[in-house]
Design a protein. Structure first.
Length: 216
């Protein structure tokens, strides 16, 4: 079996789905971190206020700053990320899902706009293991398709055999730009942006059920 009995019990609570519309199991899965593997960690309005930037995305706004002003703003962001990572909580079913994928020899990668320090802290705190981690320090960050393309290359899988799993707009945009199927985690909320994912699931519990039911 792909998943542990604990996951099997959890998946009974998930809604039914048309398995045939999902095809076969992916050969690799790329995961977002904040809001996907973990419960939402960052208070973005508070961070933007302290950084004294506008309402736009934080990393894009940070890139427009220079010199001492940028250094100060980046220090604020890193402080918030560090604190959030140290106090992070995993979403239900996360470790069982990742352990099941590992047992099934389906490689995984983390694709995050967070810092390497934040990702490393979350992984150490919760004993998460993945085949690959790509943070904003490594290359262009989401919504660029570049980190997803690099992940596929390094994992040795084709894009049409790979899923990107995330809960945000940037996850959908980067996956669509890369030509990779995006599975959006809705957390029971309606989509509020124009970009459309390939599939939508409520949570990791439902994702586990779907993977368990798919043919190899």
């Amino acid at each position: 079996m792909l998943y542990s009995p604990a996951v099997h019990l959890m998946t009974r609570r998930c809604k039914s789905f048309a398995a045939e519309s999902w095809g076969v199991r992916p050969r690799a899965i790329l995961f977002d971190m904040d809001g996907t593997l973990t419960q939402p960690m960052l208070d973005f309005p508070l961070i933007k206020a302290e950084m004294k930037i506008g309402p736009g995305p934080i990393l894009e706004s940070l890139a427009e700053l220079t010199g001492e002003r940028r250094a100060e703003a980046e220090a604020i962001l890193l402080r918030h990320e560090k604190t959030a990572a140290e106090n992070s909580t995993l979403n239900e079913g996360c470790l069982d899902l990742l352990n099941g994928l590992s047992s099934a020899r389906i490689p995984t990668a983390l694709i995050t706009r967070n810092s390497v320090i934040s990702a490393s802290t979350v992984f150490a705190k919760h004993q998460i293991k993945m085949n690959l981690t790509i943070t904003r320090e490594d290359c262009a960050f989401k919504p660029s398709p570049v980190p997803l393309e690099i992940a596929c290359q390094q994992l040795g899988v084709s894009k049409d055999q790979t899923w990107m799993v995330g809960d945000g707009l940037h996850d959908i945009e980067s996956a669509n730009a890369a030509g990779i199927r995006c599975v959006w985690i809705s957390h029971g909320k309606p989509i509020t942006f124009a970009a459309h994912p390939w599939k939508t699931v409520a949570d990791l519990c439902e994702l586990a059920e779907i993977l368990r039911a798919l043919p190899k």
